[in-house]
Ligand binder design. Structure first.
Ligand code: SF4
Ligand code: SF4
Length: 455
């Protein structure tokens, strides 16, 4: 059962006119600084696509404020623009007044779901994934096993050859076609190891968030993260009781489940000095845990202490020092800024520097590097048309001769892989840490003495 922080479902009492519920209502302080200047409009992918004010940051702020003033109800007029938002945070970067539009959007989504819960098959699917699957490591391991069977038993090949995927909606079939090879999760692989040792004399002990989807679909990136951390003399701990970060729950308006997961993670990492994350969306969600406990001083203090320990892997390596690889990787590489890394956490320079420090890399900058790719959590599944249009705009700026596109978020990796496939490109999609790991592996092989044959 999800614990309820505040049982009130009465309209918001902070202003007598408000049509919001009291619990978790959008924070007036967040919109107070908006001067309607419109400097955020050109940064907003959904505004660029539609040209409509209600699908712009300024329009959304105005609608959210209008409900608080009793001029608008919690209905479709608010729900559509609020759920069409990618929560990409590009508007906050563009806004001279630092208006936290993303935070307002998430609070408004919670209110909309309170007033208009998802019903029928939509509600069932949402509950299955958000409550029944992602928070449960054992169930995610089962899914991992099933996917591995699907890929390795030949079933996937048969399904693809028979064209059975054509009966699926095109965006789901597209997802299946770029599904990465599922490998053993690091949670499972290291389940009997308390501390993964550093390669040399340990300089720090860090803990790692393995993520729910990350550890099923991208466990090789988790493995690379461990390799790179230990290579740079960090001991690595993987707390067993950690869970899903709750980002998808908060994006969907389910703040109660988000809080429950946040509490579990805060407890799981309470003895950690650093919490290393390799998925931008998860890292941003962990850093924003204090927002979930605004009405609970005890947990707010715990959440603030916890979020201060959270660090993206690229920033941690850059700040704590890392060995520059010696082996060369001769590739033309570009970098896509995951929204929740660049706009959400302000991490831009560090991953680029990691790439540029690999000898042989020919780095090229994307002209729209920090524009959303349309992934946005599960937005590409819930809003496939808009996500596709946003992806098209992204791909228009990717040079054709780029051999690799690097990034720091698994959702973006899947979406950009769809873009590469759609546009018939040959670029490989990689996580920045995979490239660094690859360079270290090459160093290791170069240092290994060839086996000698005794005569
Ligand atoms: S959100 Fe910021 S940039 Fe956009 S209209 Fe308001 S003040 Fe201007
Ligand atoms: S978060 Fe992104 S999609 Fe939403 S209003 Fe801001 S710029 Fe537009």
């Amino acid at each position: 059962m999800v614990e309820s922080e505040n049982k009130s479902s009465l309209p918001c009492s902070s202003t007598s006119l408000s049509n919001y519920f009291e619990k978790d209502h959008p924070d007036e302080e967040k919109w107070a600084d908006c001067v309607h200047c419109g400097m955020c409009l050109e940064a907003c992918p959904t505004y660029l696509e539609t040209g409509q004010e209600q699908h712009s940051p300024r329009g959304r702020v105005h609608l959210i404020k209008s409900v608080a003033e009793g001029k608008l109800s919690l209905d479709e007029q608010l729900a559509d623009p609020v759920f069409q938002c990618l929560d990409c945070r590009a508007c906050t970067t563009a806004c001279p007044a630092d208006v936290d539009v993303g935070g307002l959007i998430e609070e408004a989504r919670g209110q909309i779901r309170e007033a208009m819960p998802l019903k029928g098959w939509r509600g069932a699917v949402s509950n299955f994934f958000l409550k029944g699957l992602f928070p449960h490591q054992n169930r995610m391991q089962t899914i991992s096993g099933l996917l591995k069977f699907y890929q390795q038993s030949g079933v996937q090949k048969v399904i693809r050859q028979t064209g059975a995927l054509k009966v699926m909606p095109s965006h789901l079939a597209g997802m299946e076609s770029i599904m990465p090879e599922v490998k053993t999760s690091v949670q499972k692989k290291y389940k009997d190891i308390d501390v993964i040792p550093a390669k040399g004399t340990p300089k720090a002990r860090v803990s790692m968030l393995t993520g729910c989807i990350m550890d099923v679909m991208f466990s090789d990136i988790n493995e690379s993260t461990i390799n790179v951390l230990t290579h740079n003399d960090n001991e690595v701990v993987i707390p067993k009781s950690q869970t899903c970060c709750g980002a998808l729950h908060v994006h969907a308006g389910d703040r109660d489940t988000g809080r429950k997961l946040a509490k579990q993670n805060i407890e799981a990492f309470k003895d950690s000095e650093k919490v290393i994350v390799n998925a931008a969306g998860c890292g941003c969600a962990l850093k924003e845990y204090p927002e979930l406990f605004k009405d609970n001083p005890e947990w707010k203090a715990k959440a603030e202490e916890f979020s201060g320990k959270v660090e993206d892997i690229s920033k941690y390596l850059y700040d704590s020092g890392y060995e520059k690889p010696k082996s060369e990787i001769h590739k033309r590489i570009t970098y896509h800024d995951a929204c929740h890394l660049a706009h959400g956490q302000g991490v831009r320079h560090e991953p680029r520097q990691l790439l540029k420090d690999i000898p042989g890399v020919e780095y090229t900058e994307l002209s729209n590097a920090d524009t959303c790719c349309g992934s946005a959590g599960i937005y590409n599944l819930t809003n496939p048309e808009m996500a596709g249009a946003v992806l098209d705009r992204k791909m228009e700026h990717v040079p054709e001769d780029v051999e690799m596109i690097s990034m720091g978020n698994p959702g973006c990796m899947l979406q950009m892989a769809m873009g590469v496939q759609k546009y018939g490109r040959r670029s490989e999609i990689v996580h920045t840490i995979q490239l660094l790991d690859w360079a270290y592996q090459k160093d290791k092989q170069a240092n290994e003495k060839p086996a000698t044959v005794k005569g």
